[in-house]
Ligand binder design. Structure first.
Ligand code: ATP
Ligand code: MG
Length: 579
């Protein structure tokens, strides 16, 4: 493939809204073009990468016995009413929905549980047809609140979604374990560094869920990992052991303390330097949304700990949990934000506590009066002991629950999510099969997603430098770039052509930069920007059949013979595909 014959335009400027490197670099290199928020044209180079990722995804699914199908993106509302998800997705705002010319409501699929369940219901009648896993690779539509980071969070993006159907819970767990292996193989083959983590199953419930995270400092997700025990969990889900509660002080009567302007733990610590921070209990006021109602909930936690709103949401089985607005805080506490406490809250407020408060006595807490806190408060004596639940956000340095080790917090990009669904959809949609014995039974299901377009972005998020992208060999748009310094030079033309033809005949994706009249600087700048991993420079020494081996990821280059350059290409490709 000759570069001069391709549409290849690089830009000097980065898009103003590019907050992450993958977006900026891909936009500059013409890999993508923004049409509207979260909607991109995938340019020819990017599409080659997407196709390679899809090929790996397909091969590994097929190897595991999964079957590919293709469902419509356009889905009727009735299906979503059967599963009971329509209202929720509409209220959430995530669903693109509209009426057709006859007035029938429909949506552009954000996911396909409903459609696949209907399909299975029609065609799978007997346990003899199980287990069964079906998958598709398709465009998904989600009206994200904040489409951003380029391909990372689009409103239209490519997803591989798979669904397993089983006769029993145990069989579902087996299908899930198999898909876990499929995912591990897929992400290993892409050449990315990744971490599978325990994940929050959220409102969907089910007995297990894991996310596959591409390790990247810019990732939106925080992950709790323990190098000693191998524990890895999304912080939304993570648990840990925290330092024990401090010794209780002598029992004195609870009393008010003036605390003018002290709205934060730090301000209070300055006012009460003798008081250990663990004996300072905060009370956070949340506004909680349910499907058909809302409520205000107060949650206590130790001063040195943070709350995990996902855990609060799950415990309350709510749709949404948000920090309360000032007006709500004022109404339920009678005070400005910063002085909320457990004593004297409005009657309609439910009081809960994080387990970090267990064993803490003689503490300081908000007085529900502006500029006032209570000191020397005892559970049982001054207020009823609230229900305690693990609402804690795991912090760096916490101890792991199972085994000996300390937790560190790293960041990752969620590229895959696997899920044991149970019978949620099959029951709701009455999708049953005839078991070996007994009456019709709903399928045990699992669902498994991979953000194909997000994988491409995360590859660059993980692998780039100041000059540009650095593609891993297995998913690079082209594997090899031949950089010819002086097109038209007879010796160079001959060597470059030979390299090109040899590699192409071996099935290697090779791109030949033989553009005329480009300065060496510009040629290398473009090469660095697009980041093709294996590079051979054909220059001055071509007449002696000498070229430079100049892989993108390593500094400098090495003069080698044409034969050795070919051998190096073959070796690098073999190593990258070794799995
Ligand atoms: P997130 O938490 O990032 O919003 P999600 O948990 O809602 O993602 P899933 O429903 O699990 O996403 O979808 C499966 C996969 O699809 C995700 O693991 C992710 O890789 C990808 N994905 C989800 N939303 C987007 C998006 N808006 N743009 C690109 N990829 C996405
Ligand atoms: Mg997910």
């Amino acid at each position: 493939m000759k570069l001069s014959q391709l549409l290849f335009v690089t830009l000097k400027e980065e898009p103003a809204d590019a907050e992450v490197r993958s977006h900026a670099l891909m936009a500059r290199a013409g890999f993508l073009h923004k049409l509207a928020a979260g909607q991109y044209t995938y340019g020819p180079f990017l599409l080659r990468t997407l196709r390679k990722i899809e090929a790996i995804v397909r091969e590994e699914h097929d190897r595991a016995g999964c079957q590919e199908l293709l469902m419509p993106a356009l889905q009727p509302k009735e299906l979503w009413e059967e599963s009971g998800r329509w209202d929720r997705y509409v209220t959430d705002g995530i669903l693109f929905h509209f009426a057709d010319r006859k007035g029938s409501e429909m949506c552009l699929g954000p996911t396909h549980e409903e459609v696949i369940t209907t399909f299975a219901k029609r065609f799978v009648k007997s346990y003899k047809q199980l287990p069964l896993t079906l998958y598709q690779i398709q465009t998904k539509f989600r009206d994200e609140i904040r489409p951003r980071f380029g391909l990372m969070r689009g409103r239209e993006f490519i997803m591989k979604d798979a669904y397993s159907f089983d006769a029993t819970e145990e069989a579902m767990a087996e299908s899930y374990a198999k898909m876990r292996d499929v995912y591990t193989r897929i992400f290993s083959r892409t050449g990315l560094r990744f971490t599978p983590v325990q994940a929050d199953s959220g409102a969907i419930g089910g007995s297990g869920s894991e996310e596959f995270m591409v390790d990247a400092d810019t990732g939106e997700d925080a992950i709790a990992v323990c190098r000693d025990t191998g524990y890895a969990a999304n912080v939304e889900k993570a648990v840990s052991l925290i330092s024990p509660p401090p010794a209780a002080p002598a029992k004195v009567a609870m009393h008010k303390e003036p605390t003018p302007g002290a709205k934060t733990c730090d301000a209070l610590r300055e006012l009460f330097p003798e008081l250990p921070v663990e004996r300072l209990l905060k009370t956070v006021i949340y506004e909680v949304t349910y499907e058909e109602s809302s409520a205000v909930v107060a949650v206590m936690a130790r001063g040195d700990r943070e709350l995990n709103e996902v855990k609060v949401l799950n415990h309350l089985n709510a749709l949404d949990v948000q920090l309360a607005e000032h007006d709500t805080v004022k109404r339920v506490t009678g005070a400005d934000v910063g002085f909320a406490g457990p004593i004297g809250l409005a009657d309609d407020v439910r009081l809960l506590a994080d387990s970090s408060v267990e064993g803490v006595e003689g503490f300081l807490c908000g007085g529900n009066e502006t500029d006032v806190h209570y000191l020397d408060v005892w559970f049982g004596r001054d207020l009823e002991r609230p229900e305690t639940v693990d609402f804690g956000l795991v912090q760096e340095g916490d101890r792991v629950v199972d085994g000996e080790g300390t937790i560190t917090i790293t960041r990752g990009i969620e590229v895959g999510h696997i899920f044991q669904l149970g019978c949620k959809y099959s029951e709701a949609m009455n999708a049953t099969f005839a078991p070996e014995q007994g009456k019709l039974t709903p399928f045990w299901m699992g669902c498994y997603g991979i953000g194909v377009s997000r994988v491409a972005a995360s590859a660059i998020e993980q692998n780039h430098d100041d000059a540009g992208m650095i593609w891993p060999i297995p998913i690079a748009p082209y594997t090899v770039l031949i950089i010819q310094m002086r097109p038209g030079d007879e010796a160079q033309d001959a060597v470059a052509q030979e390299l090109h033809d040899t590699l192409q005949s071996e099935g290697v994706d090779v791109l030949w930069d033989e553009r005329p009249k480009i300065s060496p600087g510009a040629r290398f700048k473009d090469a660095d920007l697009i980041g093709l991993p294996l590079r051979v420079v054909v220059g001055r020494d071509a007449a002696e059949r000498q070229v430079e081996w100049n892989p993108r990821a390593t500094e400098g280059s090495e003069v080698v013979s044409v034969e050795d350059a070919l051998a190096k290409v073959r070796a690098a490709i073999a190593e990258a595909n070794a799995l």
